[in-house]
Design a binder for this molecule. Sequence first.
Ligand code: UDP
Ligand code: MG
Length: 305
Amino acid sequence: MLSIVIPAYNEENCIVRAYSAIQSLLNENKIAAEFIFVDDGSMDRTYQIISDLSLEKENIVGLHFSRNFGKESAISAGLAAASGDCAVVIDCDLQHPPEKIVEMYRLWEQGYEIVEGVKSARGQEKKLHRLGAKFFYSLISRMAGFDMANSSDFKLLDRKVIDVLNKMPERGFFRAISFWVGYNKTTVEYTVNERVDGESKWSTRGLVKYAFSNISSYSTAPMQTVTVLGSVMLIISVIFGVWALIDKIVGRALEGMTTVIIITIFIGSIIMISLGIIGYYIARIYEEIKGRPKYIISETVRSKK
Ligand code: UDP
Ligand code: MG
């Protein structure tokens, strides 16, 4: 059986549409499936609609979070609840073309353990988002050591992979963790559709935060730049130190107040930035070490079979 994991946040108009579109496709192709809708603490009637649908149909599981925990957490919860031999994670807004699920499923039948959806075109997005995404992916690809451009959360995972992910305690980054785990993988290209209803749930601020938190969870390069900056500053200070000493010895007293001010400010800002970077990692360690759950499920519905 195939599990379809669908994170949904304020998607009241998309639930039924997504269900019907995917279910009719699976019927045509005779693929047995269960649907796991994870309502990420929506403020609208999303959960109500999921539970109504679960009464009407027979292959639906609905989870409701106690508040909005974010898409990553919703995906984790969905995968933990999945009971299929493989699972596909797909957005509720049908921006990921459902036809590709069948293609992914066929590849899985041939023995692939991870089938990645790769964007061949990014569809209509705000210019700033497109630029941001480009910058983010080139940065994270370089730092974290794997190519992540055009990757997405649209993937199929084999049971083995799901079990591994379920055991990971860290707040990962779903896209990247599936690179990290390895396994026998392949890709399927897709074109991002227009959103069928509503708006993207990402604000630019949210995206920037997401980018930073994910760079830090896959790379310690920013912390190493602190060391590099420190070394550069050391070399500079030695040069200036020698220069100052020579001036003193020769009796050429410094009139260079400006130099002093510039150097002080410069060193000060580098120290502040470095502390900030280190503080960021400490914050992440603190988050992980508290060991709070990634999400809280406050309600569950399940179709009676
Ligand atoms: N989503 C979620 N929690 C959030 C934000 C989004 O579960 O806090 C879901 C959303 O309902 C959708 C998917 O994640 O199914 C992708 O969200 P969206 O379409 O807003 O993002 P975009 O397509 O712009 O990347
Ligand atoms: Mg979307």
